[in-house]
Design a protein around this ligand. Structure first.
Ligand SMILES: [Zn+2]
Length: 366
């Protein structure tokens, strides 16, 4: 779980200034850093959106067209559960109550993931080591693409800026049928050992899989037959996969982000906050709809600095953090709009599709 190649300093003057300014904001406005009633209302709306769109899809009122239109709308609601509810819950940011956070985190189990594996993979591996090649599982797609300069280049990568958009759609299918089961069976996620879930965690892993396969696959097949039932699952899962993958990529896998290669056998010391800010990029911060739907993941720099603060506070915190960064000479990286960030991700994929130039071996004159 720990990457021995890296040692983070977590108490620099820059980090103390960030913490002091953010604490001062909550004190001055008499606010709690957790989501509170505003997030509870939002979560209720999103769960309602998901249930109504799913019920509309499988009710068959508009026939086959309704089934597929409903699958697209359900897929978007499904992504919103991930961005806005389970993400805050699993970070302990939804509520001051541990039990509420745990239940909100478990919404992930009901929609096809595993909150237990997520907390290891996302809260520890990704949040501690974003864009660290060899530890951050989110930038490793098993050789299907080259996302960081240090990753090996294969011939097929020359077209990755074209084919990856299709593969993003299949991420959730792979997650449903392979990743979670393989990670529990092996007791390992990417390069890190993770204890197998035990007791209550294992029970919820199994219950979650039954609930998810029940609504996503078994019920649609029972109502519409094998062909349409599987097609419903695939449309819903592809909409979800593309939405999740693109949002992640726009924050970390763009031209503006750094990627960290660590030499083996030595320990590199880094300022924790500066590392997070160098590898994370905000986008579309003025777009209220994007901000609402993405659970503030377009303010990803704030999220990486303060993951235990709920996303409902990110728009107010971002100018404060940006000012502290400027005072300490630290770059705060951002893209303008959503399309600008999308273009930057495309250009990064294209840049990484080009094989690295081999350094000529200069032989000494004999
Ligand atoms: Zn997170």
């Amino acid at each position: 779980m720990k990457d021995d190649r890296i040692k983070f300093d977590r108490n620099t003057p820059f980090q103390r200034a960030l913490r002091d300014e953010v604490d001062a904001y909550f004190k001055a406005n008499n606010l709690d850093p957790k989501g509170g009633a505003a997030l509870a209302r939002k979560a209720a709306f999103i769960i309602g959106w998901f249930l109504v769109s799913y019920a509309f899809s499988i009710s068959g009122v508009l026939g086959t067209a309704g089934l597929f239109i409903g699958a697209v709308i359900t897929g978007l609601a499904h992504a919103a559960i991930g961005f806005d509810i389970m993400h805050d819950g699993n970070h302990g940011a939804f509520s001051t109550s541990k039990a509420v956070n745990r239940w909100m985190g478990r919404t992930l189990d009901m929609v096809g993931g595993s909150s237990y594996l997520w907390r290891h993979k996302h809260n520890v591996m990704h949040h501690t080591y974003p864009n660290v090649v060899g530890t951050d599982d989110d930038i490793d797609v098993g050789g299907l693409a080259r996302l960081a300069p240090e990753q090996p280049h294969y011939a097929a990568h020359r077209l990755q800026h074209l084919y990856m958009w299709g593969l993003y759609g299949l991420i959730s299918v792979k997650w449903n049928f392979y990743d979670d089961f393989a990670q529990v069976a092996k007791g390992q996620i990417f390069t890190s050992k993770v204890p197998r879930p035990k007791g209550e965690e294992m029970v919820w892993f199994v219950i979650g899989k039954i609930i998810h396969f029940g609504w996503a696959l078994v019920l649609p097949i029972a109502l519409f037959g094998w062909g349409l039932g599987i097609a419903f699952y695939l449309v819903e899962a592809v909409v979800l996969g593309v939405t999740l993958a693109v949002v992640f990529q726009l924050a970390h896998c763009v031209e503006e982000a750094d990627f960290t290669e660590l030499p083996e056998g030595t320990v590199t010391e880094l300022d924790f906050a500066k590392h997070q800010l160098a590898t994370t990029v905000d986008f579309a911060r003025d777009n209220k709809l994007v901000t609402w739907f993405l659970g503030g993941l377009n303010f990803q720099a704030i999220h990486h600095l303060f993951p235990k603060i709920s996303h409902v506070h990110y728009p107010a915190l971002s100018p404060i953090v940006e000012r502290v960064c400027a005072e300490h000479g630290v770059a705060y990286r951002l893209n303008g709009g959503f399309m600008e960030a999308l273009g930057s991700h495309y250009r990064w994929l294209k840049r990484m599709s080009i094989p690295p130039v081999a350094v000529p071996v200069v032989k000494p004159a004999l």
